[in-house]
Design a binder for this molecule. Structure first.
Ligand SMILES: Nc1ncnc2c1ncn2[C@@H]1O[C@H](COP(=O)(O)OP(=O)(O)OP(=O)(O)O)[C@@H](O)[C@H]1O
Ligand code: SF4
Ligand SMILES: [Mg+2]
Length: 335
């Protein structure tokens, strides 16, 4: 039975909102980017994390890796509580957990050639002879299918797909077993996206990696992930096996999210779009509830049931509960 490599318990990351010019005398407000999220990840497994822009996906990834300090909650990695890990402990953790950043250029120093970038990453955690470094660089190039000739290039001389491969080689070079991949395919052409997804899947098989795979693209998430966690305004509202989340969603938000994909696919296939109720939402175009079910102002089930008090009462905020084997949902009236 695969062991649990990561457990996130009631994690919160609140940012202080910068004070506006005319906010004299007002209390400093905070942005609850991650607001009590819980989930777990098993070894050799991919959990896809989905949700619309601004719901807190990148923040939860960064906080798990301790690139951000958590406001509260717990992060257990490889059976150790790392919520308050010291600088020394964090340095060791960097050799085990890494992030593939959304921005293709984020981790690539523009003034360094690819050989130097990989050399630096390889030697930061391990002392090695020149010959050992050279051998390791060769292995990494093989693993990510990158030509040796690219080693003498600067990052700006590479294509998007090649930069992504170097980014992946860089995180592999330290020997990390758990990766947060933040929109790893977003800035790439569709054909290159498929190559990157296949590469990540092959590497998982070869090296036994575990991924938290963040993406807007539900098709890619379904393809890539064993399980999917759905995030809404800082909370995980549903989690389960990827096929079940995509085709038998229980949370009204998940259902609407995937219905919009079905609608898009029907449009692309030229058929008449199904008449599902899909909102055209902006994330912050409504008052953001801070208590009770955060989805209530947009929830069709809440409306159709006559706005039940239990949905918005702070004392009965819906919490994740198991409704089938490994399928959890935070809703009082699951579909
Ligand atoms: N350093 C920061 N300081 C203040 N607010 C922040 C900071 N980082 C993120 N936020 C806010 O936290 C919320 C969540 O942001 P986050 O980047 O995690 O969303 P996301 O789900 O990754 O969005 P996207 O899909 O667009 O990448 C947003 O309201 C964002 O403005
Ligand atoms: S708890 Fe109520 S408001 Fe929230 S998603 Fe479920 S039905 Fe909708
Ligand atoms: Mg993001």
């Amino acid at each position: 039975m695969p062991k649990t490599i990561l457990e996130v318990i009631d994690l919160k990351k609140h940012f202080a909102q910068p004070k506006g010019l005319f906010s004299f005398g007002e209390r400093q407000r905070s942005i609850p980017a991650v607001d009590g999220a819980s989930f777990y990840l098993k070894e050799n497994e991919t959990v896809g994390l989905v949700g619309e822009s601004g719901c807190g996906k990148t923040t939860i990834g960064r906080t798990i890796l301790r690139l951000e300090k958590p406001t509260s909650g717990r992060i257990i990695f490889d059976r150790k509580d790392i919520t308050a890990a010291s600088t020394d402990e964090l340095r060791q953790l960097r050799g085990k957990m890494q992030m593939i950043f959304q921005d293709l250029d984020a981790a690539l120093n523009p003034k360094m050639r690819i050989r130097e970038i990989l050399n630096e990453a390889i030697t930061v955690h391990h002392e090695m002879t020149d010959a050992e470094v050279e051998k390791r660089i060769g292995e990494l190039l093989d693993q990510v299918n990158l030509k040796k000739s690219k080693l003498s290039n600067f990052p700006h001389e590479l294509s998007g797909g090649e930069k992504r491969r170097v980014g992946i080689a860089r995180v592999l070079s330290v020997g990390a077993q758990f990766l947060v991949a933040d929109e790893p395919t977003s800035a790439l052409d569709v054909s290159i996206q498929a190559q990157v997804v296949n590469l990540l899947r092959d590497l998982q098989k070869q090296l036994g990696l575990s991924y938290l795979f963040i993406s807007h693209d539900l098709r890619v998430v379904e393809l890539m992930s064993h399980k999917v966690a759905v995030m809404y305004l800082g909370k995980i509202v549903e989690m389960g096996l990827s096929g079940r989340i995509a085709h038998k969603a229980s949370h009204p938000y998940t259902h609407i999210l995937w219905s919009s994909l079905v609608e898009k696919q029907s449009r692309e296939a030229g058929s008449k779009a199904r008449s599902v109720r899909v909102g055209r939402w902006g994330v912050f175009d409504f008052e953001r509830p801070l208590e009770g079910c955060r989805f209530a102002p947009r929830c069709p089930v809440y409306e159709s049931r006559g706005r039940p008090e239990v949905c918005i009462n702070p004392a009965t905020e819906p919490r994740l509960r198991e409704i089938a084997d490994g399928h959890q949902v935070a809703c009082h009236f699951p579909l």
